[in-house]
Design a protein around this ligand. Structure first.
Ligand code: GCU
Length: 343
């Protein structure tokens, strides 16, 4: 009886135009069903800066296409790890992703240039490079590989962290089994220090540290914190051996299917979301550092002399990985001399 009364009341209100907006809006939404429902892969947790950047990107695209393009964000690596994500994107199995450029550089070796050890004087230098002509050239360098670059995302500097003893000097890493990203350059960098490199997917690092399969790993403050690695590897050494920028990418197969007007919107929204991600990133570095320090982690800050020893030990990888691109390295180093964070 009560239900019937409610139904009648709703009908009366609708006829009178009261409360009809909701109904009209629902109908309106049905009328603009998306033309494209696309997937986006992200291997970081839901509240991570890159994931929040992805949600912002999806929201902007949805608004600016009037609901015609819906991008569904799949965080936490549910669509697979970065290497397999990139492989699937070549066939349009996944439409968008945010990846560390390490996962692309075995396919596009030129990308190694941007992740060389101790290349940048700091964040300001890296961003001057990425936002200038060099960065723009690199964004275009993916074409023909099966994926296209849309924007740069920040991932700060990477540092070593270990399970049993702190890394205070170069001698401490010798013989350590250190997890690296699945990239030849990353393997070579760690081996140049006299350690043994263990390439593995990001999702497997926690258990490898916990079970003693590896002695150490390396990553930025926010990853160390949000993946809980600090709980099993409490010694963090701020050596900043590399900065590995990240990219938002789109499958070329997907791109081919999109009309020009949506492509333009997607490009513009990706870049806008990148500005947002960088703001979040800045805050997150400090929050992560505070959190892990409070949790009792032991943080080692390197003296300039010790940093120079790491730098010198890693130098040979430039000859091995960048001999064809020394002109670009020179341009980047020149930019560093003009940067605010130059030593
Ligand atoms: C960073 C990066 C991830 C990457 C990870 C790794 O956390 O954001 O995309 O997978 O490094 O070390 O594999």
């Amino acid at each position: 009886m009560k239900k019937r009364t409610l139904v009648l009341a709703a009908a009366a209100m609708a006829i009178a135009g009261i409360g009809g907006c909701e109904i009209a809006r629902d109908r309106g939404q049905e009328a603009i069903a998306p033309e494209f429902v696309l997937t986006y892969a992200e291997n970081q947790p839901e509240d991570y800066p890159t994931t929040l950047g992805a949600y912002r990107f999806a929201q902007l695209v949805n608004e600016r296409t009037g609901g015609k393009v819906e991008i569904q964000i799949n965080a936490g690596g549910v669509l697979g790890e970065e290497q397999s994500t990139v492989a699937q994107m070549k066939f349009g199995g996944i439409d968008f992703a945010r990846v560390s450029i390490s996962s692309l550089s075995d396919v596009i070796p030129k990308l190694n240039v941007l992740q060389m050890p101790y290349l940048y004087t700091g964040a300001e230098h890296m961003w001057r490079v990425l936002e200038g002509p060099v960065g723009e050239d690199f964004l275009n360098s993916l074409d023909g590989s099966g994926v296209r670059a849309l924007s740069w995302y920040d991932a700060g500097a990477r540092n070593f962290y270990s399970v049993k003893k702190p890394v205070e000097r170069l001698e401490d890493v010798k013989g350590m089994r250190i997890r690296v990203q699945e990239s030849d350059l990353m393997i070579a960098m760690v081996e140049a220090l006299g350690a043994s490199a263990v390439p593995m997917a990001y999702a497997d690092v926690y258990s490898a540290l916990e079970t003693g399969r590896i002695d150490a790993a390396e990553n930025n403050w926010p990853s160390y914190d949000s993946m809980g690695h600090y709980k099993v590897a409490p010694y963090y050494t701020v050596d900043e051996h590399t900065r590995v920028p990240e990219m938002q990418i789109v499958s070329e197969a997907t791109w081919e299917k999109l009309p020009e007007e949506y492509r333009e919107i997607i490009e513009e929204c990706a870049r806008e979301s990148a500005v947002y991600e960088r703001e979040l990133w800045e805050k997150r570095i400090h929050e992560a550092e505070q959190r892990v320090r409070k949790a009792g982690c032991h943080v080692v800050e390197f003296s300039p002399e010790e940093k120079a020893r790491f730098q010198e030990a890693m130098m040979p990888v430039y000859g091995e990985y960048c001999s064809d691109y020394m002109d670009i390295i020179e341009t980047i180093l020149e930019e560093g001399r003009n940067s605010l964070d130059a030593p």
